[in-house]
Design a protein around this ligand. Sequence first.
Ligand code: NAI
Ligand code: MG
Length: 354
Amino acid sequence: MKICVLPGDGIGPEIMAEAVRVLEALNLGFEMETALLGGCAVDATGNPYPEATQKLAQEADAVLLGAVGGPQWDTLPREQRPERGLLGIRKQLNLFANLRPAILYPELANASTLKPEVVAGLDILIVRELTGDIYFGQPRGIEEREIDGQKQRFGFNTMHYSESEIRRILRVAFEAARKRNKKLCSVDKMNVLETTQLWRDIANELAPEYPDVELSHMLVDNAAMQLVRNPKQFDVMVTGNMFGDILSDEASMLTGSIGMLPSASLDANNKGLYEPSHGSAPDIAGKGVANPLATILSAAMMLRYTFNMEEAAVKVENAVKKVLAQGYRTGDIYEPGTTKVGTRQMGDAVLAAL
Ligand code: NAI
Ligand code: MG
């Protein structure tokens, strides 16, 4: 049970310290080792994803990541940018399944731009395919072509998915639905795109293997509308890379609290990379005010999906609910009448609740 810990840049080290304390307090026998990724790795080695980090990440059962990036590295050539480190590790570990929960704890209902009655208590999970689709399909490019007797620029991309790619992401989604409320909505655009017709066919073929899960289908444009109209109708949603990119950002914004949202990216053996959905927040880095809860909740996802420790995962999630009920708030989720705390104090409160 080996965890590779990558604090990263900006607020990364501050929020990671709290997640590590929570994991240690659970006393489950994890072996944790820390390495460099992102801008800190560029500064130390010239490489955003150094050899030593690659070795550790490949050997570990799970990777826990803070965040990478910051303005001081924005002028570097593309290959040396911190985000390259992130893309590198995702690709090397073959993390094809991206799990993004959008949870709005009842105590934070005012953080959303939607009416509290529409979003309070929201708890949905978006499963996005991460390594295929139109983002990676060949051929692609911008080139000069002669069209209608006129030389002009022509842009093109290719959407494709193989049966095995679709099958494996749908299986992750069915399994995730099984661990939750047994409702899965598969999102496609089968009325105009053959690739997604295949997606829908395969979802229907797999459904009999998961008789306990109720499968439904929705076209992506309708899904985008339904997410803002009545998001609580969903439990688990599954979709391809491009639709998932857009819908998962939309869903996370329903909650209005970026400092609260975890994420997981899994490979075929449930090895995973777990990280908060937010970035390195350079504007508040080093001040001890960042919200560590998204990282702590990412660690809970790690317990659930990689280590199959459902009980421990729920324990951590309940501790987070408890500190919110007790009124503890970091600056990003603060409201008058609650108790404003810093990163370390929020960690202390979670440990006390545990
Ligand atoms: P960001 O998520 O870092 O920050 C956006 C806003 O949310 C800021 O005002 C920030 O202070 C606040 N915020 C974010 N996390 C918070 C937390 N835990 N507690 C309290 N407030 C929090 O996004 P931004 O500003 O677009 O990007 C900053 C840097 O992070 C960039 O270099 C970007 O490339 C990088 N980034 C890295 C990601 C990753 O490592 N996965 C993802 C997104 C951005
Ligand atoms: Mg996006």
